[in-house]
Design a protein around this ligand. Structure first.
Ligand code: ZN
Length: 232
């Protein structure tokens, strides 16, 4: 039987340090540090900044539950349905597909994948007459990670959906229709390219018609396409 190799613990520790989020921030802050590794004074300074638990935090862990001690006896409630058309049971008939006036494609990215988003954005703007929004580098609206979006009329849907399927570069893309029900558009009518991710849309409301808001979000194209769309 061959002897089992004992892993090099120092090397493992070094890699764990490199992968820790607070260290990654440090890499970005100083390229020289990254090259030199994080051994020594800087790593110790980070460790020293991690404060011990405060008394209040310890009290929270050992004190009384703010929920009381009868939560296990609460009856199980039946929540109301929030699915469109199912508030009082199953819908009587299907919804008209022509209720969809336009679509949004939301392209999500992070600090490691933003260059892919840059490319998709450039490619899309060159090819399609779309409403291209700004970069959102922080969560915005129901979108919980950095993103950008573009809107397009339903006439472009048969082209843009397959184009995004083939050109996502692996990014997560939410394609949602625009009807008069924004919550349903984001939560129940959505298409996803690649993996889905959370969308914080449970509190989205229908337009306030009395205040003059349009029933369905409008699309105002702002690109000047100049490149023909790829096709076989
Ligand atoms: Zn949207």
């Amino acid at each position: 039987m061959s002897k089992v190799e004992v892993p090099n613990k120092n090397l493992d520790g070094e890699w764990a340090d490199r992968l820790a989020p607070d260290r990654r921030g440090l890499f970005r802050a100083g390229a020289g540090l990254a090259a030199a590794g994080l051994a020594g004074a800087k790593a110790q300074a980070i460790a020293a900044e991690r404060k011990p638990l405060s008394e209040a935090a310890i009290a929270l862990r050992t004190g009384r539950s703010p929920w009381g001690y009868e939560t296990d006896k609460e009856p199980t409630p039946r929540p109301h349905s929030v699915r469109p058309g199912e508030e009082t049971g199953l819908p009587e008939r299907p919804r008209a597909y022509t209720d969809i006036e336009s679509y949004h494609a939301h392209i999500y990215f992070d600090e490691d994948s933003y260059e892919k988003a840059v490319l998709i954005r450039k490619w899309a703007a060159e090819r399609f007459l779309i409403e291209l929004g700004n970069w959102n580098l922080e969560p915005r609206g129901p979108h919980v990670t950095p993103s950008f979006y573009f809107g397009f009329g339903r006439d472009l849907q048969p082209i843009i959906v397959p184009w995004l399927q083939l050109n996502s570069l692996g990014l997560t893309i939410l394609i949602h229709p625009n009807t008069d029900d924004p919550r349903a558009d984001h939560l129940h009518y959505a298409l996803w390219v690649n993996r889905a991710q959370p969308v914080n849309a449970y509190h989205m409301k229908k337009a306030n018609l009395a205040a003059g808001e349009p029933a369905v979000e409008r699309i105002y194209p702002n690109t000047r396409p100049s490149v023909p769309v790829e096709k076989a």
